[in-house]
Design a protein around this ligand. Structure first.
Ligand code: SF4
Ligand code: SF4
Length: 361
């Protein structure tokens, strides 16, 4: 009988576990699926993958879980991963939210999509110790005209120290071959770049952040201590909510000089982002005038950009080195931004020129 492979790291129940923290549209579900498939089909473990969604829309929170064990036992748990051996954060803005980094083990591994310095990312995570991998997946995805998830997969494989990149490459190729065969090569390049470009550093516990001393096999929230459903346990949370993690790299830039204070954006915005103040209209009469969006509450749906009749709101990229020209496909499929352009006409898909998006006009 062939010798069964064992996992280099596992918990007291015999599971190796990963948690992928993301928002809808970034491809975390597919990434989790690919990782689980690679662990089962390529590495010879038993495994499971499942995701937890809010509503089915871009920008809503997504958690994707991967669990693996030796092939001679079954994965009988489908509970959320609370103590991940590898935590993956698809958008650094998520680090501002409570609970994203919960359960990191003292010797755990964390992969974050960010262009910031290692120490800055460690500070954002409050990471006492462990191995941190930071990959600028957005930059890679923009340059390769793909999505960030395959770059992150490359980083995860490298940070794991034991997952086989050839196996994960093969699984990526199979996943894309069936639905988007033209994207196979670009996604493999993206994976390779994620693998090669991730910055990795191991931090000893230097006392900078409170160490996690207890590792419990008990769930942090169970039927005895979970909050009661349907009640607001944090009054006034509308004021402190931060939707910036839901934006996918784009935001509506406000141009006061073009605005005619028609109010259409305010009526269209689903999150009451626009703020008004007392001022003067164009004829010098007292009137309410638009001060602009409060970006803390903006989730980047771009409905306001579509509705504005005078281009006083334009779609821009949050990373200053990228412009909304063409190299901005970001994470969506070709039709994701299909109705957005400076001229309020459909944006054009032009693979011939090697660009994804053009302003029209
Ligand atoms: S993109 Fe515009 S419409 Fe959408 S949430 Fe932000 S301000 Fe509101
Ligand atoms: S829709 Fe455009 S012009 Fe009208 S108030 Fe909003 S930003 Fe100003």
């Amino acid at each position: 009988m062939a010798k069964l492979m064992d996992l280099p790291t596992k918990n007291e129940l015999g599971y190796f576990e990963m948690r992928l923290e993301s928002v809808g549209g970034l491809g975390a579900n597919l990434a989790g699926q690919i990782l689980a498939e690679a662990l089962v089909m390529g590495h010879g473990f038993n495994g499971a993958h499942f995701s937890s969604y809010g509503s089915e829309k871009k920008g809503s929170p997504v958690k994707s879980f991967v669990r693996a064990c030796r092939a001679d036992r079954e994965v009988r748990s489908s509970s959320p991963v609370e103590r991940p051996h590898i935590l993956v954060v698809f958008h650094e803005c998520l680090l501002k939210l409570d609970g994203i980094a919960s359960g990191i083990l003292p010797d755990g591994k964390v992969v974050v999509n960010s262009y910031h310095e290692m120490d800055d990312v460690r500070n954002m995570l409050y990471l006492p110790s462990g191995t941190l991998g930071v990959v600028d997946a957005l930059n890679i995805a923009l340059e390769e005209k793909t999505r960030i998830n395959t770059a992150i997969l490359g980083a995860v494989v490298r940070v794991s120290g034991w997952m086989r990149p050839d196996v994960v490459r093969e699984t990526i190729a199979e996943a894309f071959q069936s639905k988007h065969s033209s994207q196979v090569d670009a996604n493999l390049r993206t994976f390779d770049r994620g693998f090669n470009e991730v910055r990795v550093q191991t931090y000893e516990d230097d006392g900078k952040f409170k160490p996690i001393t207890t590792v419990s096999s008990e769930p942090l929230l169970g039927y005895r201590n979970a909050p009661i459903g349907g009640i607001i346990i944090n009054p006034g949370n509308t004021g402190s909510k931060d939707l910036s993690a839901s934006r996918q790299g784009l935001y509506p830039l406000y141009h006061r000089d073009r605005c005619i204070d028609c109010g259409l954006c305010t009526m269209t915005c689903p999150d009451y982002v626009f703020q008004w103040e007392k001022g003067m209209d164009k004829r010098g009469r007292p009137a309410m005038v638009l001060r602009g969006p409060n970006y803390q509450y903006c989730k980047g749906c771009m409905k306001c950009v579509e509705i504005c009749p005078v281009d006083a709101l334009t779609l821009e990229c949050e990373r200053p080195e990228f412009k909304y020209t063409a190299d901005v496909q970001l994470w969506g499929p070709p039709d994701a931004l299909g109705t957005m352009s400076r001229e309020n006409e459909p944006a054009k898909w032009d693979p011939e020129e090697g660009h994804y998006w053009h302003r029209v006009g």
